[in-house]
Design a protein around this ligand. Structure first.
Ligand code: ADP
Ligand code: ADP
Ligand code: MG
Length: 674
């Protein structure tokens, strides 16, 4: 076994790899960019080396900088994690040149599998069925169009070098094919430096099921069963589980056998994943998709059910040891479900949520809940990297128990300061459709409008923020810190009342006006089922105890963040309020607790297209402009219904994070009905 390794990654996966290293007594070297100086993976490593500025292309994607870091720190091996350089030949070549072990498979496997065109050919040669399509070398638009017409529609255009769901376009009709092809090529070239594409018949009800394989350098090869990853959004996995739900033993063993056949054709010699799509409309008929030649994001569900530490196996194999177990010695039990916790707002078209954390608290280690996280109290969510913050894995004897544990984990993981998709994950896990056969259409089928905040919980958040804000108006801000245990009372002044217009939050709340009144330290929310709130100061936070009509209490934690933002946290769900400017006008009169009314850049990037003109009427949710950031196109939508005011940018402009893009004049009064 190695004495010291370098981890060429960041975030949760870097921390995950270090956990195993610590247990095995292997020293760790972290690498970090200027944006990650205060990050958890740096804090947890034995040594850390700065490798460049924030931009990944100047740091985490620089194989040369990483090699220098490895050589200067005396690391014997490099673990690439996933993403970044994990499937790039550059890193493995540099390792070979300087005599450093690469924790991954042989070069040839990475090379062949890096191209979807070549990997499909290899799979077909081993007798494994692939999705019908076109994967020849000729790439002229005429030939591709003719092949597309032969395959039929809908079909998928895929970048041969693609990954992470990027570079894929669905085409529904022949007329759309050439424009989509041009777009897909442009994106493929920008993201992967390779514009070759392949075409595949689009399977209308696909299940994504994949098989974990591990091989060693002595020719050993085993599978560690399957994972189901059908809960996806835009071709990206959101929730994964092992075993697959409702999968026949016949299909499962066929998948294992195909995966091993493909693995042995490549002399596969580390951890890898063979991905398949199954046609749910055709008895789960499986088709080969691709091989990922690295540790997969969702590897924990395999670990929880087999009891195997995949990172340990990777390190042993890379250091020359044989597989620790033979196929017959590998079994599994129980059920595991992993949820990807991202810094994003599903109710606002998955807009990114960025900024420094105000607090971070992991639940006490208990059986059945595993948290793989890259965060600590000093973390800042920056726009430079992937939005995945942590993974919550629930494990139990049955699927129901695993779901319960996953929910428990999500609700008790406290991330304050940014919004996450926690509420959406909980809604998926608790949806009745989650017990049926899962397909990648799950989200569009069950949440066609996207997931929305749960009305009751959102009301609690709203009331609590309003109450904390109202309370804050009665105490000089400088005195906040000293007023521990402070309870607002009516002694200090007249009865306060705030009229809240709950708008733009969810259809269920509509734009109802409710009155918040203060009396004897208790804020009551008139007209809303007899809810009342008691506000207390606890250190730097407001704790608002909301009591419902049955006398049940719920505590909402609230912080006044940097700038004018308020942040509230309740059972895993968090909301960032840009509301203070709307709250502070007066304790009396009408106050809108709406989200931002103007459109600002949520990421630094380039405006690629403007979709509206000044003066135009728009509905909340209407697309306003397309931004290009981190090589992806993001559509920014109107946060409110109203009229487009001043437009501050034009196509081609480079904009900074937070920069005002489009002013909106919200329609304040409902239209009179005549
Ligand atoms: P998987 O099936 O393992 O999710 P993907 O093909 O979706 O595989 O790729 C993994 C994803 O992880 C990519 O979208 C990549 O952008 C992202 N990624 C890469 N490095 C990191 C990191 N350090 N932290 C979080 N996400 C990352
Ligand atoms: P990536 O390298 O981006 O992971 P994949 O080929 O693995 O690309 O596909 C990603 C996802 O896209 C799959 O998990 C599946 O949900 C969907 N997908 C891929 N190919 C097809 C297909 N032919 N029909 C329907 N869905 C597909
Ligand atoms: Mg894939």
């Amino acid at each position: 076994m190695f004495k010291r390794i370098l981890i060429a990654n960041r975030g949760e996966i870097a921390c995950r790899i270090m956990r195993t290293c610590r247990r095995l007594g292997v020293e760790t070297v972290a690498v970090y960019s200027e944006a990650d100086v205060n990050s958890r993976h740096v804090a947890e490593a034995d040594f850390a080396v700065l490798i460049g500025p924030a931009s990944a292309s100047e740091s985490y994607l620089r194989a040369d900088h990483i090699l220098v870091a490895a050589l200067s720190s005396g690391a014997e091996a490099i673990h690439p994690g996933y993403g970044f350089l994990s499937e790039k030949l550059e890193l493995i070549d540099a390792c070979a040149k300087y005599g450093i072990a690469f924790v991954g498979p042989n070069r040839r496997a990475i090379e062949v599998m890096g191209s979807k065109i070549e990997s499909k050919r290899l799979a077909r040669n081993t007798g494994v069925a692939c999705v019908p399509g076109y994967d020849e070398d000729e790439q002229s638009p005429e030939r591709l169009l003719a092949e597309a017409q032969r395959i039929g529609f809908p079909l998928l255009i895929k970048a041969s070098a693609g990954g992470g769901g990027k570079g894929m376009r669905r085409v529904n009709a022949s007329d759309d094919f050439l424009p989509m092809l041009a777009l897909a090529r442009k994106e493929a070239l920008a993201s992967f430096g390779d514009e070759r594409v392949l075409l595949e018949k689009y399977i209308v009800n696909p299940r994504h099921i994949e098989v974990q394989i591990v091989g060693d350098r002595q020719g050993g090869l085993v599978h560690l069963f399957e994972r189901e990853c059908s809960i996806q959004r835009r071709f990206q996995k959101v929730i994964e589980e092992a075993p697959a739900h409702h999968l026949s033993a016949d299909v499962a063993s066929k998948l294992y056998e195909s995966a091993l056949r493909i693995g042995s054709a490549m002399a596969y010699d580390n951890a890898g994943t063979v991905e398949f799509v199954l046609d749910a409309d055709d008895h789960d008929k499986p088709y080969f998709l691709e091989v990922n030649t690295r540790l997969q994001v969702e590897h924990p569900v395999t670990e929880m059910t087999t009891g195997i530490d995949l990172v340990e196996w990777q390190l042993r194999i890379a250091s020359g040891e044989p597989l620790p177990l033979q196929q017959a010695q590998i079994g599994r039990s129980g059920w595991a479900i992993e949820c990807r916790l991202n810094a994003e707002q599903p109710e606002h078209d998955f807009r990114a949520s960025l900024g420094p954390l105000l607090a971070y608290l992991e639940p006490r280690q208990e059986s059945g809940v595993r948290i793989d996280s890259g965060l600590h109290g000093k973390s800042e969510v920056s726009p430079y990297y992937d939005s995945m913050l942590a993974k919550v894995i629930g494990y139990g004897a049955s699927r129901t128990q695993a779901i319960e544990k996953a929910c428990q984990g999500i609700e008790s993981l406290r991330i304050e300061g940014v919004c996450t998709n926690a509420a959406m994950l909980l809604q998926i896990l608790r949806h009745e459709g989650f017990d049926a056969v899962l397909t990648t259409r799950f989200l569009e089928m069950h949440f066609p409008q996207g997931t929305q905040p749960e009305p009751d919980l959102h009301l609690l958040h709203t009331l609590a923020v309003a109450a904390a804000w109202a309370a804050s108006q009665r105490v000089a801000p400088s005195a906040w810190g000293e007023l521990r245990g402070f309870r607002v009372t009516a002694r200090g002044g007249p009865l306060a009342s705030v009229d809240l217009r709950l708008c733009d939050i969810s259809a269920a709340l509509g734009s109802e006006t409710v009155r918040l009144t203060l009396s004897d330290g208790v804020y009551a929310l008139a007209g809303r089922g007899g809810l009342s709130a008691r506000v207390q100061m606890d250190g730097a936070a407001w704790v608002v105890q909301v009591t419902d009509q049955h006398g049940l209490d719920t505590a909402v934690h609230i912080k006044h963040t940097h700038g004018r933002r308020w942040f509230s946290w309740l059972q895993g769900r968090s909301v960032v309020w840009d509301a203070e400017h709307e709250l502070e006008h007066s304790l009396h009169g009408s106050i809108q607790l709406s989200q931002e009314r103007n459109l600002s850049a949520t990421l630094p990037g380039r405006v690629s297209e403007l979709l509206v003109r000044e003066g135009e009427q728009i509905k909340a949710g209407a697309p306003l402009l397309i931004m290009e950031a981190m090589k992806l196109y993001h559509t920014l939508a109107a946060p409110v219904t109203g009229r487009v005011g001043r437009v501050h940018v034009k196509a081609g402009d480079i904009v900074a994070h937070g920069q005002l893009l489009v002013e909106l004049e919200p329609q304040t009064e409902p239209q009179a009905v005549s």
